[in-house]
Design a protein around this ligand. Structure first.
Ligand code: ATP
Ligand code: MG
Length: 447
């Protein structure tokens, strides 16, 4: 337990209260996973807690005092302290109508969503585990505290949290809990777009995303209906050994767990069901997927518009989805060209290498060498960057002013001439040097 968390417990207890570390930090510590934040449950009402921490020289922020939550901060390290509570009814399926203070930690643990999250720890008093959370953890099971259908009716977000924990922790969902998740999935319409987006992103960035996606697709399809057609879409091509959904699950699993990489992986083949075209060949039905990356990029844009994705993902994901299948030859010239198509963004080129590699690894075994091809592209990228090669107009040794000084009027012609210079530099037929570029620009002007 971090020293500061220990101190926080001691401050509450010196003020006459009782305090425990609860929730995700206890779960993650027991699972041997990194603990990212320590939440504390305390018997004191928040104003008393606040006074005690102020006296001890900590700063406090009233982050959720309506629900009894106060954030206390020492040397930049924040802890959330929540007064023991039992949540009342949830008539909107989102927020408890009222939060009632609870007398004991046991009562407080009862309101929590899953048994593995309903654990409390204190350095002297040990662990409290009223619902068998440790046994479930050992069995790798995610189980609701109490009756699952009731718990999902109270708060439908728990359905998505359940999927997300399956993906992050690699646990199986206990059958009665899973049955209730499927039966209650229509309640997800009450969950705000922000929360759906947030939980989905954590789901797709999970360490066990392949298994979790295959297990929970029928639940996730309520918020991502595009998954339904992927599940039904066979791929009888020489390259594919799985249907579109399972192929996507493998690609996700083979992609580094960053939001950009995983969203591109999810979307990369989403347009295939719409693009599929069947043909009899040698007495066998064969699919073609002409134009699917473009359809996939469109579907990605639609989803990113429907759910409140941040602007940077809306900007960076669709071009990568659109370009993921473009052939990039293993030459510096082809790499510079591909970089230029991605607006000169080396990070996007890296993400392109990631999707190409994962895609190859998720196809038939004879495609595996293409994964090495993607690694070769990554090496070439680093060579191109180290060499200082130009692949954007900004990097050219001349600019618009220089072209206008040759007597070209301001306007589209300036852009055309600079583009011709850049194309020649990218192709390696012209050095990125002032004199050579000016001579070439003069030829272009007179052409
Ligand atoms: P992580 O922080 O890794 O995402 P966590 O389990 O700590 O996981 P938080 O959202 O930080 O999740 O919530 C802290 C604790 O509060 C949970 O462990 C759980 O006990 C409880 N909790 C959070 N959200 C809910 C909910 N919607 N319904 C019931 N209990 C919840
Ligand atoms: Mg947490």
């Amino acid at each position: 337990l971090p020293t500061r968390a220990r101190e926080a417990l001691a401050i509450i207890e010196a003020a006459g209260g009782e305090a425990w570390c609860v929730g995700g930090c206890v779960r993650d510590a027991l699972l041997g996973r990194p603990v990212h934040d320590v939440d504390i449950a305390a018997s004191l009402p928040w104003p008393v807690t606040q006074a005690a921490f102020r006296e001890a020289g900590w700063s406090t922020v009233e982050t959720g005092v309506a629900h009894g939550t106060l954030t206390v901060i020492s040397e930049g390290e924040p802890f959330e302290i929540t007064t023991y509570r039992c949540d009342g009814t949830y008539s909107d399926g989102r927020h408890p109508d009222a939060v009632t203070p609870a007398a004991t930690i046991q009562e407080d643990l009862r309101r929590r969503d899953f048994t593995i999250n309903a654990l409390a720890y204190h350095p002297e008093r040990g662990i409290i585990d009223p619902f068998g959370g440790i046994a479930d953890m050992e069995a790798g099971l995610l189980r609701c505290v109490g009756d699952p259908a009731t718990r999902f009716e109270e708060d439908a977000l728990r359905i998505l949290r359940g999927c997300r924990f399956a993906s992050q922790l690699g646990c199986a969902i206990e059958p009665a809990t899973f049955e209730a998740m499927v039966a209650s999935k229509y309640l997800l319409q009450k969950v705000s777009g922000e929360r759906v987006y947030h939980e989905l992103e954590r789901f797709f960035c999970g360490e066990y995303v392949h298994d979790a996606l295959m297990a929970t697709v029928d639940v996730l399809a309520f918020v991502l209906p595009e998954l339904v057609a992927m599940k039904g879409c066979p791929q009888v091509t020489p390259y594919h050994i799985y249907d579109v959904l399972e192929h996507t699950a493998f690609v996700l699993q083979h992609t580094p767990p960053t939001p950009l990489g995983r969203w591109v992986a999810l979307f990369h083949d989403m347009g295939k069901p719409a693009a599929a075209f069947f043909e009899e060949r040698d007495g066998r039905s064969v699919e073609h997927f002409y134009g699917h990356p473009w359809i996939s990029a469109n579907l990605a844009e639609g989803i990113m518009h429907r759910l409140p994705f941040p602007a940077w993902l809306r900007r960076d994901v669709p071009p990568l989805v659109h370009r993921h299948d473009d052939e990039v030859a293993p030459t510096p010239r082809a790499v510079r060209r591909a970089l230029a198509r991605l607006g000169g963004r080396a990070d996007l080129f890296e993400a392109l290498c990631d999707i190409k590699r994962a895609d190859a690894l998720s196809q038939a075994p004879f495609c595996a060498p293409r994964a090495e091809g993607a690694e070769r592209l990554r090496e070439l990228l680093h060579e191109v960057l180290a060499a200082g090669d130009a692949f954007t107009m900004k990097q050219l040794a001349i600019g618009g002013d220089d072209v206008m000084a040759l007597g070209v009027e301001a306007g589209p012609e300036v852009g055309r001439i600079l583009q011709a210079c850049l194309d020649a530099v990218i192709d390696g037929t012209l050095p990125n040097e002032r004199a050579a570029l000016l001579a070439f620009a003069r030829e272009q002007r007179d052409a």
